[in-house]
Design a protein around this ligand. Structure first.
Ligand code: PEP
Length: 259
């Protein structure tokens, strides 16, 4: 069965007390979700504290990044094993801020994907084009290149543990959201690519999330678009009512579809 996901990427926001208060305030509402998976991705320092609050619920925990090596002299880095031990099931990899602010390459992200799967974490693999790439008609080429690279280390058994997030860079944190048509075009291309690599049956159930200025006011039209299976949310995931409302919109959509 297809998995629908609502993931909150808190980026570098919320210290430990703020994280605890935030999760405590919305927990009751989030655990009502039955058909969609909620994933919270707080900063590293708050991971375990958030885990303690959600450990016996259906809500999952994700890291925002990890290194490709298991251990070593990598000051400031964190390993997949460390994320696992803090209670994570997921890890965001290749987020545009990692690619474009911190210079992470396709090869480095590919190695992280490999490591995440090796240790038993589910990678949320982020791909997406910059504004100039969209303007010059390169969107699908860029997304294809990023997907091909990250998935080059993923076999047929492992693909079922992966999540793809299409996040156009020009839409992240800008308030400019992709239209459902723009998002759908990229998602459909990703689905085709997955189908060619792993077969149509496998491809159909791999969640492809949209990310980029998702809010409660645009979530309903986006979730109805072809091949959008949920959201990776930055800014709006920091606002209690907004995050809960988006989760409810996705849940309602999934339940309605199944009627
Ligand atoms: C993100 O950081 O992944 C993101 C999509 O951010 P925002 O929702 O704020 O655009």
């Amino acid at each position: 069965m297809k998995q629908y996901i609502v993931a909150g990427n808190w980026k570098m926001h919320k210290d430990i007390p703020e994280s605890r208060i935030f999760v405590s305030n919305i927990l009751d509402k989030l655990i009502k979700q039955q058909r969609s998976t909620i994933i919270l991705c707080p900063p590293f320092t708050a991971l375990f504290n958030v885990y303690e609050l959600i450990r016996n619920t259906s809500i999952a925990l994700g890291g925002q990044n990890m290194h490709s090596e298991p251990k070593g002299a990598f000051t400031g880095e964190i390993s997949g094993e460390m994320l696992l031990s803090a209670g994570c099931q997921y890890v965001i990899l290749g987020h545009s801020e990692r690619r474009h602010i911190f210079g992470e390459t396709d090869d480095f992200i590919r190695d992280k994907v490999k490591r995440a799967l090796q240790v038993g974490l589910k990678p949320i693999i982020c791909v997406g084009e910059k504004l100039n790439e969209r303007q010059s008609g390169e969107t699908l080429d860029v997304v294809r290149r990023q997907c091909d690279s990250a998935l080059s280390v993923v076999n047929e058994q492992e693909i079922g543990h992966c999540v793809i997030a299409y996040e156009p860079v020009w839409a992240i944190g800008t308030g400019v959201v992709a239209t459902p048509q723009q998002a759908s075009e990229a998602h459909s291309m990703i689905r085709k690519l997955l189908s060619a690599k792993y077969g149509a049956e496998n491809a159909e159930v791999i969640p492809i999330l949209y990310g980029g200025s998702v809010k409660s006011s645009n979530a309903a039209s986006l979730i109805q678009a072809q091949d959008i299976d949920g959201f990776l949310i930055g800014g709006a995931s920091l606002i209690e009512d907004e995050f809960v409302r988006i989760a409810e919109i996705v849940e309602d959509y999934v339940k309605q579809r199944e009627l």
